[in-house]
Design a protein around this ligand. Structure first.
Ligand code: G4P
Length: 276
């Protein structure tokens, strides 16, 4: 599946140059990750790019990830000495904690400035602009669910405490199949370049492994002794995704499964956990 993905090499270089250029102007970096898959959604080059600059990790979309997963990931990052905030930029949960943690990290770094200049970094679709909008309390940054779309830098005055610099998201090539799948499940890799039938079937396989009861409850199905494809076909029958002659409309049913997972309709689900 990875061979179909356009990893936007030109955007990658431009984005990295922009990050490096603006780094000097900020006091701290907010590294935004998707709480459902924090490692898969991490730009593995970010720490090299930002060097010694103060940083906090923001685990965004915590309204979609499991409470247990959230707890484990915060503890994982804290153990690595990184202050970490659990946030939902949609509900506003955890926003106050960002302010406290940023102040703490800035003070530790010996910076006394009243207003904090922040670079908000992360791969596309983790919720950077939604977070900025939420912190600014108004619709300023551009939010678009278009993986790979780059944006010009923009400073947003967030109620005078922070000046937030939105940055274009970088999605670098990933080799690891599990990581690519997680990114596709959470919608970071555009569905247009993927085989949605295979993707939905892969997602079902994953869900059977981690939340089988939720899968059965949501679609009112029995999954015993069924392959992921058979489960997808059972869901198709339940949801009226059959064409003439009883043929399964794989594209429609796959869209339903992916969309319901992404919207949290199957419950709060974390796709990966820290290794113990
Ligand atoms: P980006 O700047 O990092 O590229 O991400 P962006 O803010 O554009 O957000 C990408 C999608 O993720 C948006 O959905 C946004 O609403 C959603 N999102 C951001 N933060 C959260 C969060 O904390 N919880 C949940 N549940 N969703 C979040 P979209 O479908 O493109 O737009 P919309 O129709 O939801 O506005």
């Amino acid at each position: 599946m990875t061979e179909n993905v356009n990893w936007f090499p030109k955007h990658m270089k431009d984005s990295e140059d922009l990050l490096k250029k603006n780094l000097k102007a900020v006091n701290i970096v907010f590294e935004v990750l998707d709480a459902r898959a924090p490692l898969s959604s991490k730009d593995m080059n970010i720490d090299r790019i930002i060097g010694q600059k103060a940083k906090i990790v923001i685990l965004n979309k915590c309204d979609l990830s499991s409470d247990d997963g959230n707890k484990q990931w915060v503890s994982f990052f804290n153990k690595g000495d990184t202050e970490t905030a659990l946030v939902s930029a949609v509900t506003g949960d955890g926003l106050k904690n960002i302010t406290n943690l940023a102040r703490k990290v800035i003070t530790k770094a010996g910076i006394k400035s009243k207003s904090i200049r922040v670079m908000v970094a992360g791969i596309p679709n983790v919720g950077k602009s939604t977070l900025i909008n939420c912190m600014a309390g108004k619709k300023k940054a551009r939010a678009a669910n278009k993986p790979g779309v780059t944006r010009a830098k923009q400073w947003i005055d967030a109620k005078s405490q922070f000046e937030l610099l939105d940055t274009p998201g970088i999605l670098r090539p990933r080799e690891d199949k599990e990581t690519v799948l997680n990114l596709a499940f959470i919608g970071t890799i555009n569905d247009d370049v993927l085989d949605v039938g295979t993707l939905a079937s892969d997602l079902i396989e994953k869900l059977v492994g981690i939340v089988p009861e939720e899968l059965c409850a949501r679609f009112k199905i029995d999954i015993n002794d069924k392959t992921p494809l058979e489960i997808l076909e059972t869901i198709a029958a339940k949801r009226g995704c059959l064409m003439k002659g009883g043929m399964v409309d794989y594209i429609r049913v796959s869209g339903i499964v992916l969309s319901e997972f992404r919207k949290g309709r199957l419950g709060k689900i974390t796709l990966e956990y820290p290794a113990c």
